[in-house]
Design a protein around this ligand. Sequence first.
Ligand code: GCW
Length: 677
Amino acid sequence: AEDGYDLWLRYRPLRTEQAAVFQHHASQLVIGSATPTQTVTRQELLRGLGGLLSQTPTLSDTVTRDGAILVGTPTSSPLIQHLQLDTQGLGNEGYLIRSVVVEGHPVTVIVGNSDVGALHGAFQFLRLVQTGQPIDHLDLHDAPRLKLRVLDHWDYLNGQVERGYAGASIWDWWKLPDWRDPRYTDYARANASIGINGTVVNNVNAGAEILTSRYLQKVAALADVFRPYGIRVYISARFSAPIEIGGLKTADPLDPQVQRWWRAKADEIYKLIPDFGGFLVKANSEGQPGPQDYGRTHADGANTLADAVAPHGGVVMWRTFVYSPTNEDRAKQAYDEFKPLDGHFRANVLLQTKNGPVDFQPREPFSPLFGAMPKTPMMMELEITKEYLGFATHLVYLGPLFEEVLSSDTMTHGKGSTVARVIDGSLDGHTLTGMAGVANIGTDRNWSGSDFNQANWYVFGRLAWNPTLSSRAIAEEWVRMTFTNNEAFVKPVVDMMMGSREAAVDYMTPLGLHHLMGPGHHYGPAPWDASEARADWRPVYYHRADRDGIGFDRTRTGSDAVDQYAPPVAAPFNDVKQTPEQLLLWFHHVPWNYRMRSGQTLWYELVAHYTQGVDDVKKMRETWRQMDGYIDPERYQQVAAFLAIQEKEAQWWRDACIAYFQSISGLPLPPGFAPPQ
Ligand code: GCW
């Protein structure tokens, strides 16, 4: 039975005619096994081609047949060296795949400068076969645009996953380091297949225990499993660890004892894990300890940890997710605190900033920190787990959300200064670059809580590799690999995925509304909820609806958050007429009877968006109904059942929000409005 465990690495037999064609180009496999990475590459190709083509290529030391596949590096394979290929642009992790002639035979070569590069090429080759692309005249080369492509696990050592909707943590700390669950290998395969090269194994909110020697042994065992796949481990470091596990009285980053403690800790880690990636830190954020507790800055804090890992080549990913109820506008605080520190961080520090200025909402403008700190490497944090987007059951493909922020233009160096160019380092000349995704992975058989949530893990990895890829093209790849190449399935399902994010925006938070979710759990509507003690945790703080209108005034007459953007971006955001309507209520407090571009009042248009969201989910259900029979019944049924939940809850969102906002506006519903059934 299908349970989704294989993810997109689902090497089921292709159609016979298609397999027959591919078999001619997969007659023989010439690949070394001198290193662990070569061995896993060989295993993957045998498994993948054997499954897809129902015929396993024979292993050979040299090319003796037409249609051989030759895999390796110029240093590992004399045959490859002999080809004199230009591998300069491939870096350490890139690859090329080419149709060439070796010893008189037509052959496909898959080449990297390193074993890991060749592994990435092998996965790309399998992807071509799996998605039914021609492979007879190949001339491909590709290399990652970002250096660090990292999953952030919000996993606690007790197995709980914060904002996890797919079961418990996959790390079995109790049995580690002695028992290495085979699932860790499958996790590494899945990540390597999309180019992810790092994993932060514990939550940014977790305690310091993971830094004790007992736990470091366990982390080292994971690192051993991941290493052949080109994946490094990182640890979320609690800032007060020197006190909690080090027995010191302070964690002041400028205290020499504290600095010595972090250096010794780093030395200890690197002895166990020579390729340890470094630390991720959440400091002075949501009650976590940090340098400000000692009157120091984020730079002081980050630099102390950075100095500890620098001799070993490690990095520090320091988060900028800070806000407090004393700030007039939560959206402004990260910029206020961090921008003045530009130029004060060590060279091995990256600032890790969420895509938007508030918190992973269905839609936000890009964070104004992107482009604002040219002297500092800026990495982006995206949330793959759908904390604010319906958890596991709602079908929401996040590709368009990710693509929207990456393609946003910061205008910091004129037109074309996209967020993608900030984070790939090309805009301000950085080579230390990265992207992090908060993982949606747990012990569920299907890893991600639903089959379609796997697509969000997939699209994150692909965009971290190349942030200019199209989310539609990625969705199509994923559908073909995960379900089927049948065109009658692929096109409608990709269309459904592509529209799903806007549907969620419409039934949850249209027109720039945000954070209307129930406080705490963030599931379902609660725009009225005032139960939280902190003002900035209450939905009313964000929508500001009153008798006269609705929306957060972030213009120059309001919080002036607009002026954190470059002037050519700030000007339109400051002007209600020029602000894109999809962000209207993010930046403006607008009268209920404001005329929208459609000619309708804001109030009517708001109602129309909520209704549109519900209608879109109905259409998604209809699309899926027509897909019955194209795939296995197990996955078909679960998606169908989840879509039914989504429709019910889209309706809940619409009815609750309209009823609440109507109670504030006092306005009648539009003529012909269909009340809740
Ligand atoms: O929005 C909040 C989440 C928290 C999370 C925090 C963060 C890890 O609700 O669960 O904590 O963001 O990103 O630090």
